[in-house]
Design a binder for this molecule. Structure first.
Ligand code: NAP
Length: 306
């Protein structure tokens, strides 16, 4: 049955794939993000564009009113001076809008690690958002808990260009689940197509666990650098690098906490893998279809005269 589905974060990694997949399935889709050419492109593809800010509960209430279901996310914000306060503000605005609009069905983009109240860095805000949404009377909300996005590896593009290496504070050998965002969108579309079970949790863990070393071995040959190495940085140096790259101190501190606890295998590493949580896109496929084209384009742009 065709539904009217609202997609927040519609112009992002997951949102864009999700909007296209829901349209393909015959649903009426309202795409929510701030104004941009990417939002205009979704309107051209057949969605209704709703341009606005998720801090604005009144705006979102108007968008959600009358919808059959929604995909709800707290978008990343790397520059905000207090990331957990930002997550609480946007999370509360979303919940206020869901209540005021009387929304009945939602898929919430949460994360692996959101079962833990502390120690997971930026994921702590999603632990709280799951609880907020579970507290809305009459809402059937399914929480998606995806693993580390393969798209996070794109943060290495500049480092490979400038330093010839990949690197972060993560242990090179640590294997943990990684998932392509198109697989998360596919899972969200599947859930939005059926009646949701209140408070249900759905892990999305990619095809297998991979390490940063595995990522370097997959990426190197695909970009013509077969000897590409992954280098583990000391925690302080990695944090400094994140701040230099434009992340707020708050965000860098939260990533630092998450990385330390992942390295010690306390969080987000050893999630039990079930067939339902296992998704198809391999690291090699991601590298061929996403990483290598992005790298080639960045290299071509860098070679152009200023
Ligand atoms: N990275 C990981 O490994 C990981 C793992 C598990 C879960 N997650 C979750 O996944 C989320 C990221 O998903 P993604 O990669 O699909 O996101 P993304 O590509 O960064 O897209 C964010 C979307 O939100 C919109 N947006 C940002 N700020 C907004 C605002 N204030 N008001 C309205 N719209 C706004 C953006 O468009 P505009 O900026 O144009 O408005 C864009 O459409 C994270 O926030 C986290 O909760 C991430």
């Amino acid at each position: 049955m065709a539904k009217h589905i609202v997609v927040t974060g519609a112009t992002g990694n997951i949102g864009t794939s999700l909007v296209h997949e829901l349209l393909r399935r015959g649903h009426r889709v309202t795409a929510v993000a701030r104004p941009s050419a990417r939002l205009d492109a979704l309107a051209q593809a057949g969605a209704t564009a709703a341009a606005g800010d998720l801090h604005d509960a009144g705006f979102l209430t108007g968008v959600l009113r009358g919808a059959d279901a929604a995909f709800l996310m707290i978008p990343p914000n790397m520059q905000t001076p207090d990331f957990l306060a930002y997550q609480a503000e946007v999370g509360e605005a979303i919940v206020q809008a869901v209540r005021a609009a009387g929304l009945r069905q939602a898929v919430h983009l949460s994360s692996i690690g959101a079962d833990q109240p502390a120690g997971t860095g930026p994921v702590v805000g999603l632990y709280h958002q799951e609880a907020r949404l579970n507290g809305v009377d009459g809402l059937q909300v399914a929480h998606l808990r995806p693993a580390y996005f393969m798209e996070n590896l794109l943060a290495n593009v500049g480092m490979i260009q400038h330093m010839g290496i990949m690197g972060s504070a993560m242990r090179p050998d640590l294997k943990f689940p990684m998932v392509a965002t198109k697989d998360i969108a596919a899972k969200a579309a599947e859930l939005l197509d059926r009646d949701l079970e209140a408070g249900s949790v759905h892990y999305v863990l990619g095809p297998q666990n991979y390490s940063q070393q595995d990522a370097a071995r997959a990426i190197g040959p695909a970009i013509g650098r077969p000897d590409l190495q992954y280098v583990q940085f000391p925690y302080d140096q990695a944090k400094q690098g994140m701040v230099q790259a434009g992340l707020s101190e708050s965000m860098a501190t939260l990533y630092d906490e998450m990385t330390r606890n992942m390295n010690e295998e306390k969080v987000m590493v050893n999630e039990p893998r079930t067939p339902a949580a296992t998704t198809p896109t391999t690291l090699d496929e991601f590298v061929q279809t996403v990483f290598a084209p992005v790298f080639r384009q960045a290299t071509a742009q860098a070679a152009q005269p200023a």
